[in-house]
Design a protein around this ligand. Structure first.
Ligand code: ASP
Length: 564
């Protein structure tokens, strides 16, 4: 048997130091340029591109097709025309043998250009993956795994797998079910997250666990969401929530530095309550300011009582001058923005801090006394050309949406690329259609001092929970868990679980809580979202080798398929 040696080097490796060497390379034909006696061919693999020079007497390159895979032998020469964009740009390989290993038909997507409709890209994903930017992203994902492993293993974490064929874990989505082969009345649930198992791992004595866990959530289809995704899942025993945040703050800072370049010293923490009060959302994008200043009391004490009918909030938002310096129609833009959110002009005043301009807005002058204006300007720390928008009697969450639209409309230059933030102390429950639901999941521990309200006013109870938000996107979250059976049962009862449901679905788990469960807590981060934030690339599909489209369909394998 003739044993072929496919390569002595890869396509991104040769440089001036290799001049004169006889080399073997294998790869895909990226493109071919034919000139008189010679043709030039770019040979590509995942490491890069090397230029080949082929004498027509050796091989007639015009019969070769792009994307065919070939092996060549030849000598490394210095290039006369240097290409500084390529690592291999100072050399080329003069070919004296060439063998086609597998010919390629005309490909439905051109690898060398990145423009293609998404359906074609997903259908021919294996071709799409040959593109440089996707190759880079997938390699970066792998490097992120390595970096995370290094950090956690160094802190004595243990990597443990948990089942995918599992039980529902109440993460809030619908379950994918898989029929049991011996009896189709029974089914497994695909794991929505390893939540229960990671807690059982703590009960099993492994006090620091992590896993790159596949999670399956049958959620509503929205752009930038995948029904199958990966989570960095972690759990620790004998730990409090401050310690958890510190461990993972350091990890996130390392990853941001390594993959984004930004130097972050600390990740600020704010409570859920403060986030809503300052930004009207629990996922604030803090790359830009536009914070809320609550002037309800100030206004109420003035002569504007008539404007506060619904007893909601009156909020001032300062729009700094640099947000709109090039926008000549700033007031028009702002009015359009707020109207998109159904705010009436009569519920709004623009206060311009420039003395010459004064006030703009509906009956502004008659509504605001001189003293009130002065107080507001002072309170929001407005400088001369800034505009202050005052929203009377509004819902904070709605204003949170408006804050976002103002940013999107004006698009000021940002001085931070990455703005991470911890949101802490979420309420334990939220009311949905008159029923209480967990804000995180039912295993989240309440703040100890709030346990007493569980019986009387559960909606008041705050939890020992936290989310990591970066640039307005939730990247991760977790909590300290309940480690006592009675408290866990009480939470299940508040959530409306019947005795039977508790027994059937969580009996084993409740029993486990009776055998010496250590205090524990954990966190999980969405890997794809983290990647997309680190690279500031929007589409999470660009970090998944084989993603599904936005309807959960794999266009390449054509699945889901009809059951035959
Ligand atoms: N299991 C939670 C989730 O997947 C994370 C956690 O609480 O650790 O969102």
């Amino acid at each position: 048997m003739n044993i072929i040696k496919y390569r002595t080097h890869n396509c991104g490796e040769l440089n001036k130091n290799n001049i004169g060497q006889y080399v073997i390379l294998s790869g895909w034909i990226h493109n071919i340029r034919n000139f008189g006696y010679f043709s030039f061919l770019d040979l590509r693999d995942r490491f890069g591109i090397t230029q080949l020079k082929i004498n027509k007497k050796i091989y007639n390159s015009s019969v070769l097709n792009n994307e065919s895979i070939i092996t060549i032998k030849g000598t490394v020469l210095e290039r006369s025309k240097i290409n500084n964009n390529l690592y291999t740009g100072k050399i080329e390989v003069l070919v004296n043998k060439i063998k086609v290993l597998n010919d390629s038909k005309k490909t439905p997507i051109i690898i060398a250009n990145n423009k293609n409709n998404e359906n074609i890209r997903l259908k021919y994903r294996y071709l799409d993956l040959r593109r440089e930017f996707l190759t880079k992203n997938i390699i970066m994902r792998n490097k992120t795994y390595i970096e995370i492993r290094k950090y956690l293993l160094n802190l004595s974490f243990i990597e443990i797998d948990t089942p995918i064929l599992s039980v529902p874990t109440s993460e809030g989505a619908r379950n994918f079910t898989v029929q049991y082969r011996f009896d189709n009345k029974y089914s497994y649930s695909l794991s929505q997250s390893p939540q229960i198992f990671k807690q059982l791992i703590m009960m099993g004595g492994f006090d620091k666990y992590f896993q790159f866990a596949k999670c399956f959530r049958d959620e509503d289809f929205r752009s930038n969401r995948q029904i199958e995704f990966t989570q960095l899942d972690c759990e620790m025993s004998f730990i409090n929530y401050d310690e958890i945040l510190k461990i993972f703050e350091r990890l996130i800072i390392i990853l941001i530095k390594k993959f984004n370049g930004e130097n972050i010293r600390r990740i600020k923490r704010i409570t859920y309550k403060k986030a809503i009060a300052k930004y009207g959302t629990d996922k604030p994008d803090t790359r830009y300011s536009l914070k809320f200043t609550n002037i309800t009391k100030l206004v109420f004490n003035d002569n504007l009582k008539d404007k506060i009918k619904n007893k909601k909030e009156t909020i001032a938002i300062k729009i700094p001058f640099y947000f709109f310096k090039k926008n000549k129609n700033i007031y028009k833009s702002l009015i359009k923005t707020v109207q998109k959110h159904d705010i009436k002009i009569k519920d709004l005043v623009f206060l311009n801090n420039n003395k010459n301009k004064g006030l703009i807005g509906y009956k502004a002058k008659s509504h605001l006394t001189k003293q009130l204006k002065k107080n507001i300007k002072q309170l929001v720390k407005a400088s001369k050309k800034d505009i202050i928008v005052i929203f009377f009697d509004q819902n904070l969450l709605k204003l949170g949406q408006i804050r976002k639209t103002i940013y999107k409309t004006l698009r000021p230059k940002l001085n931070k690329k990455i703005a991470p933030l911890w949101i802490t102390k979420f309420p334990l429950f939220k009311k949905v259609k008159n029923k209480l639901k967990s804000v995180h999941h039912p295993f989240t521990a309440p703040i100890p001092e709030h346990i007493k309200y569980l019986k009387t006013n559960p909606e008041l109870v705050k939890s020992q929970s936290y989310d990591l938000i970066i640039n307005g996107i939730e990247i991760g979250g977790g909590s300290i868990r309940i480690n006592k059976k009675d408290l866990q049962k009480q939470i299940f009862r508040i959530l409306g679980y019947s005795k039977t449901k508790m027994k059937v679905e969580f009996g084993f788990f409740l029993e486990a809580l009776e055998f010496g469960t250590p205090p524990h807590g954990g966190i999980a981060f969405g890997i794809e979202r983290l990647m997309s934030i680190l690279t500031l690339e929007k589409d999470i599909k660009n970090f998944i080798a084989f993603p599904k489209n936005k309807y959960g369909i794999d266009l390449m394998c054509k699945t889901p398929r009809k059951i035959l």
